[in-house]
Design a protein around this ligand. Structure first.
Ligand code: ZN
Length: 96
């Protein structure tokens, strides 16, 4: 796993978010929840994003990928791979 650290949400500058170096602009769940509630029409993507809400709450990375998809309507192959990998990891190793 990449090194994780905490920083303040860049939107509200109030809540802390766990981030990795690859995503310097992280939003907390409160700020991003609305953004993530958009509809996913592609059935394959819908299936991929159909993971427990807890995962999105815990992982700003997963949130970031979903919000990108909702904004741009597409993801790169690497983003898809990374999303699947992280959500699988969360399934297998529940964090306290
Ligand atoms: Zn926030």
């Amino acid at each position: 796993m990449a090194i994780q650290y905490k920083q303040k949400c860049y939107a509200c500058k109030k809540n802390y978010v766990t981030v990795t170096r690859r995503q310097p602009f992280a939003m907390c769940w409160d700020c991003q929840e609305k953004e993530l509630s958009g509809e996913v029409k592609d059935p394959e993507m819908k299936k991929m994003f159909d993971i427990p809400l807890e995962y999105y709450k815990k992982s700003s990375f997963l949130r970031d990928i979903k919000s990108r998809y909702l904004r741009f309507g597409a993801l790169t192959e690497n983003q898809i791979k990374a999303f699947k990998k992280v959500s699988e990891e969360m399934k297998g190793n529940p964090q306290p």
